[in-house]
Write a protein that binds this ligand. Sequence first.
Ligand code: HEC
Length: 124
Amino acid sequence: MPRTAYAAPAALLGTLAACVAGSEQSASQAGARLFADNCAGCHGTDARGRGDAPDLTRLAAGAGGTFPTVDVLNQIHGGGGRMPAFDGLDAGDTVVVEIEEGVGTPVPADLLALWTYLEAVQRR
Ligand code: HEC
């Protein structure tokens, strides 16, 4: 079980992730670096999967076209099955995201950057 559950509409979180890093592109670049350092060993440098680790560029396609933000954040944060939990990423700055109107939830900036990167590499 993930220790923290994220529940956010994708569009809202996307906007906030973009604000955090100044632009969608730099957030995606930070995410790309994090991915290369922490994830590429299993999921492949192009995120298209390798061995047991699934293709992460087809997450939206697999979920009916909508990027499954909450599931992805929970999976990265909490791990699951044979994937390690990346709660060490929480060491980065925390950004307060307004997930429900008027309710701020702290989300690690690194996690938002990874999410932005993954959404950017989705293939339809
Ligand atoms: C030690 C190998 C390993 C590493 C490192 C790893 N993963 Fe995974 N990941 C897996 C495996 C294996 C699965 C398939 C589910 C399972 O067995 O746990 C998975 C599943 C996922 C899923 C869910 C995919 C789906 O189809 O629902 C996401 C998202 C994901 N990983 C993202 C990441 C990210 C982002 C990182 C880097 C922060 C990362 N993974 C690092 C092995 C790894």
